[in-house]
Every structure is written in structure tokens, then in C-alpha cells.
Design a protein around this ligand. Sequence first.
Ligand SMILES: [Zn+2]
Length: 90
Amino acid sequence: MLVCAHEFGHSVLKAAGGISLSWGHKGTTGVISQAVKKSTPGYPTSGPIDLMKYYDDKKQKASFSQLVNDSIVSEKDLMRLIWLSRIQWK
Ligand SMILES: [Zn+2]
């Protein structure tokens, strides 16, 4: 389910911010190489894990249960999805 959600998130990021936002995993990977950047942090030791970012697991790994329980859609990405839906509030 995490993989499906991540892949769906790519279509949201691409539509809202273009290929560099989407394929670049919000600045955490190279757009073409998909390799994590030197500046990409490891997984947080606790707290939310952004579904659409890559983390450098050589710096800090995450357990399977941490990935399942702590992965989130960021508020900004949720706003992007709502914006793309063109919902009109009255
Ligand atoms: Zn991806």
C-alpha cells in the first residue's frame, strides 16, 4: 500500500509542481539518476516520514513497522491534491 500511495503521489506532484518535484522526490534525489543526494538526511528516528521523499538509509535506517506506522502525506501535498481536484468551497 505504501508503494501504491507513493506512486500515486508522483502523479500529484507532477501535476502540481512538474517533473523535478515529482521525479526528484521533493529535492531528495536526482531527477534522472533517482539516487539520493549527499544532502538527503537519513530516516528520522521518530516522528513522521514523508511518503514522497527519499531518505538516505546509510545515514539512518527505518524499521518496517516505522515505515508502516509513521509514513504520512505531508500537509502541503494534501493541499496540492485538493487544489488539483478543483473543489470549489462555498
Ligand atoms: Zn518515487
